[in-house]
Design a protein around this ligand. Structure first.
Ligand code: G3P
Ligand code: CA
Length: 250
């Protein structure tokens, strides 16, 4: 269904109050490719990002870690084993050593610079800090490319987000959580802009509370069309999916 067709369809089923909520949801919901398009290409690779762009996402999410020689690379796990033919911990390997490994599609793991050069300003980029101590280097790579308005720095690590905010009062940040006693308070205290919630614990009341506190709420990782529709109706501001094509109807 086209975006505009869905808006009509969505509006026709709602009360006037819901129309306003639904309309803003549908019009502004970020369609995010999780680790690129993880279901269709090896995660966190340039081919995964290319696939997400071909699908037409509004944003790409990627994960960042630091090598032994302090280079930032795009990889989810602390260990290279699951996603490459190499072995060892990222923080015990140099960039050269890691570049010697291949992913499933015979690709190299990208550095953060390579990933951002590729994505550039084509889409928003959610950069997840997987470890503390990377904040300054990530910000400097973002600034060198003039991408400050194109990125959201996100993390489970509250100290890392606090540091990012100390270093940059304007850049968008987002607190990721699965279970958290009071995520809204934590995000407000961190002066974050987004909450990124594990989708299955997220209800309309959570969305409302986030909005009342000036936060946008993104859910991850939603991989069926039925659930996408459900979360659109809950009024979320963004959905991250391994299969971002299922977001394109919205
Ligand atoms: O964007 C949030 C989500 O990516 C966090 O989970 O494990 O996929 O990095 P994970
Ligand atoms: Ca992630």
């Amino acid at each position: 269904m086209l975006r505009s067709t869905f808006i009509f369809h969505f509006m026709s089923k709602q009360t006037s109050k819901d129309i306003i909520l639904g309309l803003s949801t549908v019009l502004f919901m970020l369609r995010i490719g999780h680790r690129g398009a993880k279901a269709y290409a090896p995660e966190n690779t340039l081919s995964s990002f290319r696939k997400a762009l071909e699908i037409g996402v509004d944003a790409v999410e990627l994960d960042v870690r630091r090598t032994k020689d302090n280079q930032l690379i795009v990889i989810h796990d602390a260990d290279v084993k699951r996603t490459t033919d190499g072995k060892g911990l990222v923080n015990e390997l140099t960039l050269d050593e890691i570049k010697g490994f291949n992913t499933e599609a015979d690709e190299k793991i990208p550095t953060l610079q390579e990933a951002l050069d590729f994505l550039d300003k084509k889409v928003k980029v959610l950069i997840e800090l997987k470890e503390a101590g990377t904040e300054e280097a990530v910000l400097s790579i973002v600034r060198e490319r003039g991408l400050e308005k194109n990125v959201v720095i996100v993390s489970f690590l509250e100290d890392a987000l606090r540091k990012v905010r100390e270093l940059d009062k304007d850049i968008d940040t987002g607190l990721i959580y699965a279970k958290h006693r009071n995520p809204v308070n934590a995000a407000v205290e961190l002066k974050a802009n987004y909450l990124l919630a594990l989708y299955r614990f997220t209800h309309s009341a959570n969305v409302k509370k986030a909005h009342e506190n000036g936060l946008k709420l993104i859910v991850w990782t939603v991989n069926t069309p039925q659930e996408v529709e459900e979360y659109v109706k809950k009024g979320v501001d963004g959905i991250a999916s391994d299969k971002p094509d299922i977001l394109m109807a919205f």
